[in-house]
Ligand binder design. Structure first.
Ligand code: XMP
Length: 321
């Protein structure tokens, strides 16, 4: 019978067998899959694993800390952090086209990960790379093994020839809910294990307009309020994802305190979905929406209007970019 405990025991044995006494690297994104895969490998081979976290500066409030503190505390894994926010923001400066943003972020991510992998490889020769590939990813990519098939930039498909690693994919037979159960059994923080899907390019594709530190801070503050209120209402499991989008190039007139303002709108985009291929807008209770709206306009400087996206997918995508 399937229990998280059985799967862990089987995988730990398989990983030990595969790796022997060799060294292993794993990239962490802040998401569920890479965290669970890393925790499993850590349990199997401990000190032979080094995790790498490329902080691109585009994560939400608290997410980098979750990787750097909570994940490390829960697993005892050795973690190499690459603080690349400056580099990413430099390359993103003035860029407004969504695909251009994705291209830049994907390219810089591989560059940063490759740099870290090279440094590590010089210290301790690395032979294996852990990937959090799930069963649906395997099916989607035709079931092949070996080289990475990459949906997002977090899967490192673009490493150069002199930096090739054999893959360890301990989640290849599992579905998302099984991976979550495994993560909980491995002692990972609840917020990490239950996290909603979040796109690799991060908040960069939730700022409509060019990305800079100030805009990121505004969006982070608004997004945190939306997440806090959703959790407080006990509705985390009722939505698939809840993007908050900053319309950074749009301004509208408002009145706040004793004066006229000319600020930015944010869009609330809560959706329900089975697999992100299609989605419907979530009918969140009006009082929850109202609370979020009041808090955002009171607490986030520069934001004077909150709007609700009531578009299904299709025709709208979940993300705005
Ligand atoms: P859309 O916006 O196309 O998104 O309805 C479907 C799902 O994919 C996520 N998404 C991405 N994930 N890199 C990712 O890793 C990306 O560039 C990307 N774009 C969208 C989105 O959050 C949703 O879950």
């Amino acid at each position: 019978t399937w229990t998280p405990g059985n799967i862990i025991d089987d995988q730990v044995a398989a990983i030990r067998e595969q790796v022997g006494d060799k060294q292993v690297i794993c990239g962490l994104s802040g998401g569920v899959d890479s965290a669970v895969a890393a925790a499993l490998v850590q349990k199997a081979i401990g000190d032979q694993l080094t995790c790498v976290f490329v902080d691109h500066g585009l994560l939400r409030a608290g997410e980098a800390e979750q990787v750097e503190k909570d994940f490390v505390a829960a697993t005892g894994a050795r973690l190499k952090v690459v603080d690349a926010a400056e580099v990413f923001l430099g390359h993103l400066a003035g860029v407004t086209d969504p695909e251009q943003k994705r291209k830049i972020i994907g390219r810089e991510f591989i560059r940063a990960f490759e740099g870290a992998a090279r440094e590590l490889d010089a210290e301790r020769h690395i032979e294996f790379l852990v990937q959090g590939t799930l069963y649906p990813d395997v099916v989607e990519s035709g079931g092949g093994t070996g080289t990475a098939n990459i949906k997002s930039h977090h899967n490192v498909g673009g490493l150069p020839d002199d930096l090739q690693f054999a893959l360890i994919e301990p989640l290849r037979t599992l579905f998302k809910d099984e991976v979550r159960a495994l993560g909980a059994e491995l002692g990972l923080p609840e917020e990490m294990v239950q996290r909603h899907p979040f796109p690799g390019p991060g908040l960069a594709i939730r700022i409509i307009g060019a990305v800079d530190r100030e805009r990121l801070d505004l969006l982070r503050a608004a997004d945190l309020i939306a997440r806090e209120e959703l959790t407080a209402a006990g509705l985390d499991r009722d939505v698939w994802q809840f993007p908050v989008v900053l319309l950074a190039d749009v301004r509208s007139v408002g009145v706040q305190g004793d004066g006229r303002t000319y600020g930015h709108p944010v869009v609330l985009r809560p959706v329900s979905s089975e697999d992100a291929m299609t989605a419907d807008w979530s009918r969140l209770p009006y009082d929850v929406i109202a609370k979020i709206s009041t808090r955002i306009t009171n607490e986030v400087r520069e934001v004077n209007r909150v709007v609700l996206d009531v578009t299904s997918k299709p025709p709208g995508t979940i993300e705005w970019e």
